[in-house]
Design a protein around this ligand. Structure first.
Ligand SMILES: Nc1ncnc2c1ncn2[C@@H]1O[C@H](COP(=O)(O)OP(=O)(O)OP(=O)(O)O)[C@@H](O)[C@H]1O
Ligand SMILES: [Mg+2]
Length: 681
């Protein structure tokens, strides 16, 4: 269910709920007030009807009083006469006065005159004596007689209810003594009820309270009135009629009759109609409100939210793929703020993406550099390898050359000795022969051939040359042995990874022998070895250092003496330097070469830095030397140089082989290989 549908549902439910509650409340309030109004109206109708009945009763009482307090009646009671009766109580008179019976009784309660008139039949009727007596003895009538106070009310007689009024018989001036009581009745018959109806313009009914055939509603109302004690009871009969009831008490205050006034429920009907209008109005208002709310929600909220969702989805799904896009911010309300927040978020994302790209680029660059570094290292290893091979090749060639000279003259001498020995052997044969012939006594011819042989062999020459040849051969063999020993000591000393005590002087000698062929054409080598103790070191590595320094010296001198028949000088010096930090073996290799130009002094220890043409130098000699001396031995490698005079490299190695950490000492200062360590002489 999307937001629009949910909103529709919520708004519809809310509107329906509000409508139902409103209708229920209004219906309750309205109907209650209409019902109250209806009750009020009904009560007032009942009161009006009661008043109308009372009016009738009052009229009867007034008539009774008029007759009772009248001199003629007063006189009649003393002297009854027919004339008075005839004049005053004729049928027409009674009809006109709405009187149905007249009774005059004296103070002894003896009925003096009684007349009953049937207003329907319009004729005098007889009334049973018991009834006359009961009227006469009625206590109110008696009371009227006794107290001179008129009384009136309703009286239930066997033939039906009547309105009754009684008054004492007095003079017209209302003076006594009382001569009896005048009682007049009026039947409470349908005609009277009809009169009430006409006055009240309503449906009026009077029922005997004691009647067994009372209608159900009347009986219920009677019970309600008696139990509640209220004067008027109202109850609706159906949707169109309502009835009001009140008890009519008789002259004794007893429940006698029940007055029932029925009226149409016009007020209630109007209320219902109003309710229907209200319902209709509510429905229309709800629909209008609901639609307006929906429309406004759609315009103010939903449409904007839909736009935001679509935009965020479009940018986020990567369809546009462009985080630099922004959402249109509309309004300053929450949705507008949401739009701005989304834009801020996009901005942050964009920055992040930029950073991410930067990171990626950096990663790639690092990888590339790593690869380049690896390639460079690989190249360095390969170069080192090739340099080693080249150096070995050069050394081998030099050594071969060195060995070649003595071997050559050893060979020449050996061949000479071989030939000389053949000659000598022949001479020896002649001597043997001479010896035999002398023994046999035939010496002269033998001596002659002997002289001939000696001449042929040139014995003097052989006697002089053979010892010289043998000496030279021995010298040659000694030189070859020296070279082989030097080669052996140069090449086998670094077997093993441990530092070992070594004699640096003899190591330098061996190195000089090994590189002699490289040096001898450009320089003479001078050595000045001091007394050095055994130095704990990696001798093979140090030999490499010395070799490189000597080769550099030879190359530098070569640059100076090239094209001339002059030679330079390479001087190798050693001495012991005792300092508070310990003993140091110092090796100085000086040359009379070009000197190192100022511009390159700072860089000569950098790996691959060379000023030599391709094929002659790889720029690794001094880098390697620095690494061996400084890092592996904790020593120092420095140089003094002067252009046109030459260069001296100083190698300092701790005698005991312990790597001393750099400090303010001499060792620390000379360990460097940068500009600070380069000193110009
Ligand atoms: N004794 C020296 N006299 C003059 N310049 C020197 C001397 N020793 C070294 N240099 C300079 O220092 C540079 C670096 O020397 P290094 O031994 O490291 O490399 P290389 O001799 O050029 O090549 P490689 O030793 O690898 O064959 C040389 O090219 C040279 O310019
Ligand atoms: Mg070199």
């Amino acid at each position: 269910m999307n937001l629009g549908q949910k909103t529709l549902l919520v708004v519809s439910l809310t509107v329906a709920g509000v409508m139902i509650v409103l209708y229920a409340v209004s219906r309750d309030v309205l109907l209650r007030s209409y019902l109250a109004l209806e009750q009020e109206q009904t009560r007032s109708a009942v009161s009006r009807t009661e008043a109308a009945l009372n009016d009738q009763l009052t009229a009867l009482a007034r008539t009774t009083n008029d007759y009772g307090a009248w001199d003629r009646t007063y006189a009649f009671m003393q002297h009854p006469s027919r004339g008075y009766i005839k004049q005053e109580f004729e049928n027409d008179t009674l009809e006109g006065l709405h009187i149905n019976s007249v009774m005059l009784a004296n103070t002894a309660q003896k009925i003096v005159f009684f007349k009953a008139y049937d207003s329907v039949a319009k004729a005098q009727v007889g009334v049973p004596v018991e009834i006359q007596r009961s009227v006469a003895t009625d206590f109110r009538a008696r009371q009227a007689a006794a107290t001179s106070t008129p009384a009136h009310g309703i009286l239930l007689l066997p033939q039906g209810p009547v309105l009754i009024a009684a008054c004492p018989i007095l003079t017209s001036a209302r003076l006594g003594p009382v001569r009896g009581v005048l009682v007049m009745t009026r039947n409470l018959d349908p005609s009277l009820v009809e009169g009430l109806k006409e006055r009240a313009l309503l449906s009026v009914a009077v029922d005997l309270a004691s009647s067994p055939s009372l209608p159900a509603d009347v009986r219920g109302a009677l019970q309600a009135l008696e139990s509640s004690g209220e004067k008027i009871h109202v109850q609706s009969l159906n949707q169109i009629s309502v009835a009001g009831y009140s008890i009519l008490r008789d002259i004794h205050g007893r429940t006698a009759l029940l007055l029932r006034v029925e009226m149409p429920r016009s007020v209630f009907q109007r209320g219902l109609t109003s309710l229907r209008y209200l319902l209709l109005t509510l429905c229309i208002a709800s629909v209008v409100f609901g639609l307006t709310t929906l429309l406004l929600l759609q315009r103010i909220v939903l449409a904007r939210l839909t736009y935001l969702t679509a935009e965020v989805g479009r940018i986020g799904s990567g369809k546009s793929g462009d985080l630099s896009e922004r959402i249109l911010e509309r309004g300053s309300d929450e949705i507008g703020r949401l739009g701005r927040d989304i834009n801020r978020m996009l901005e942050a994302l964009q920055k992040n993406a930029g950073l991410e790209r930067l990171n990626e680029a950096l990663r790639q660059e690092i990888e590339e550099r790593q690869l380049a570094e690896n390639a460079r290292n690989q190249m360095a290893v390969e170069l080192l390898q090739s340099q080693k091979l080249k150096a070995i090749g050069a050394l081998a060639a030099g050594v071969a050359h060195e060995i070649n000279t003595p071997i050559q003259f050893v060979g020449d001498n050996t061949r000479f000795l071989h030939d000389a020995f053949a000659d000598l052997a022949k001479l020896l044969e002649q001597y043997e022969l001479l010896y035999q012939q002398i023994r046999d006594g035939a010496g002269k011819p033998a001596l002659d051939s002997m002289d001939e042989a000696r001449e042929r062999v040139d014995l003097e020459f052989l006697r002089a040359e053979i010892p010289a040849a043998l000496d030279q051969t021995l010298d040659g063999i000694g030189r070859v042995a020296t070279i082989v020993r030097a080669l052996k000591s140069f090449s086998h000393v670094d077997a093993g990874a441990q530092k070992k005590a070594a004699d640096l002087n003899s190591a330098l000698e061996s190195t000089i022998v090994v590189v002699r062929n490289e040096l001898k054409y450009v320089a003479d080598v001078e050595t000045a070895f001091g007394n050095l103790p055994q130095v704990t070191c990696y001798l093979g590595d140090l030999n490499q250092v010395f070799l490189n320094l000597m080769l550099n010296a030879a190359h530098s001198i070569g640059d100076v003496v090239e094209g001339t028949d002059k030679k330079g000088c390479i001087r190798v010096e050693t001495h012991l330097d005792s300092t508070p930090d310990g003993d140091w073996a110092e090796v100085l290799i000086s040359d009379t070469g070009t000197g190192i130009p100022e511009g390159v002094r700072e860089r000569i220890f950098e790996p691959f830095f060379t000023t030599k043409p391709v094929g002659k130098g790889t720029g690794q000699g001094l880098a390697l030397a620095r690494s061996v001396v400084v890092e592996k031995h904790g020593g120092a490698l420095t140089f003094d140089t002067e252009m046109g005079r030459g260069t001296t490299f100083h190698v300092r190695i701790p005698v005991n082989g312990i790597v001393v950490p750099a400090s303010g000492s001499a060792a620390g200062q000379t360990m460097g290989f940068g500009p600070a360590s380069a000193a110009t002489v």
